[in-house]
Design a protein around this ligand. Structure first.
Ligand code: CO8
Length: 269
């Protein structure tokens, strides 16, 4: 096992690699440091995977511990940020998640516990999502006076349809593993209680890893070129709207309420 940077662990076993976000005490929240590390990792791994001698056939992304894949961006870091800073954080996050989405091997988000906000956005930038029985996925940003800002408004409707995506994001709906499989956000539930979920995930992906590598790669390129065609304009709009909310009193209240562990009182301003 290799400790990559401070918060990421990178492990290659045979032809499957596992990237673990390792901040379990704070539910693997995606703070500035984690995002920086994901940025460097995704650039590095892109060039490694492009070498023809590379044997990695699939990457599993997970969070350390069994409580969370990632509970979102770091809300505490939002405090005191101004519009321009928010816009640049959002654009940077979008760029990093796009690099992960465009990796030349399939990616699997293994969701144990919470995948919320930016954590859910990272999961939907992957090609597959597998749920542990305790998985909970959703977009609670609106409860803070915020919107998804790492590409969620662009990707979610493609994945689960416009009406459901609109409902989830505007009502802060979170869904369980079972509900998530029914709407297609999860590919499968890993519910063998006698086996570690990571081992079950490796078994789930094993058939893909035994297929003809160049054919799998071609399917991936064909399908990923479709993802690459999500209009950049939509991402820019999301970042702009995300940032604009940093000028509102309601977002300040939402952040303070989260930190104080109380219910926010929004005033529509
Ligand atoms: N940000 C900062 N800290 C967090 C976050 C978070 N998103 N989630 C959890 N934590 C911290 C808690 O504050 C707590 O720390 P402490 O022990 O110091 O109080 C620790 O992690 C453990 O969490 P809890 O005690 O709250 O654990 P519970 O099991 O009681 O609750 C929940 C778990 C329900 C997941 C709860 O922690 C929660 O609601 N978290 C917030 C979830 C959320 O709203 N996520 C969305 C964040 S906004 C976002 O992701 C925007 C994405 C776009 C970003 C654009 C770039 C700027």
């Amino acid at each position: 096992m290799q400790q990559l940077f401070e918060h990421l662990i990178w492990e290659v076993q045979g032809n499957i690699a596992v990237l673990t976000i390792n901040r379990p005490k704070v539910l693997n929240v995606l703070n500035t440091d984690v995002l920086k590390e994901l940025d460097v990792w995704s650039t590095k791994i892109h060039s490694t995977l492009e070498q023809s001698t590379n044997l990695i056939r699939c990457i599993i992304l997970q969070g350390a511990g069994d409580k969370a894949f990632a509970a979102g961006a770091d809300i505490k870091e939002f405090k005191g940020k101004v519009k321009a800073e928010a816009q640049s954080i959002s654009s940077r996050g979008q760029r990093i998640f796009k690099k992960i989405e465009q990796l030349p091997v399939p990616t699997v988000a293994l969701v144990e516990g919470y995948a919320l906000g930016g954590g859910a956005e990272l999961a939907i930038a992957c090609d597959f999502r597998l749920a542990a029985p305790n998985a909970i996925i959703g977009f609670p940003e609106v409860k803070l006076g915020l919107i998804p800002g790492f590409g969620g408004t662009v990707r979610l409707p493609h994945l689960i349809g416009y009406a459901k995506a609109m409902e989830w994001m505007t009502t802060a709906k979170t869904v369980s593993a079972n509900q998530g499989v029914n709407v297609g956000i999860f590919n499968a539930i890993l519910d063998n209680e006698n086996e570690e979920v990571l081992d079950q995930a490796k078994k789930w992906i094993a058939p893909l890893c035994s297929m003809a590598p160049l054919a799998v790669k071609s399917i991936i390129f064909a399908m990923k070129s479709r993802q690459g065609s999500y209009s950049q304009e939509f991402f820019e709009k999301e970042a702009e709207l995300f940032a604009k909310l940093f000028e509102t009193r309601d977002l300040e209240e939402g952040i303070n309420a989260f930190i104080d562990k109380r219910k926010p009182e929004f005033q529509n301003k």
